[in-house]
Design a protein. Sequence first.
Length: 144
Amino acid sequence: MVEKLRRRIGRRAAPADTLKRPYGRVVVPEEDGTFRAEMLEFPGCIATGGTAAEALAELEEVALAWIESALAKGQAIPGPMEEQEFSGKLVLRLPRSLHRKAALAAERDGVSLNQFILAGLAERVGERAAAPRAGEWRKRAAAG
């Protein structure tokens, strides 16, 4: 991926240029009042700050160091998730017992196994994305 990008632009991409691409950045409030920022595509690339803006600013510095370190070790820099294409197909292996339970539950609900699994996955992903916001709202309500 890195070599393909380097060939496409005709030179070695500088770490600062790499960060101009649409990488996923997430800021999460911590219980102690600070904020944690993460670069989703770079494992372990985490920074903290007293405010969300400080955490994001620190994340940019940490991400530059992360990229430089990975390049020095000869590792590829992952591309942004936003630029990746997804086919919509997923091969899934699961225990036979779970497969049977899911098939029976789908039949009971009158839907295909595919639709049953899709609904469960959509519910879980939506629940996960909303959970930090809901938790933060409860903390504010309890404090105020």
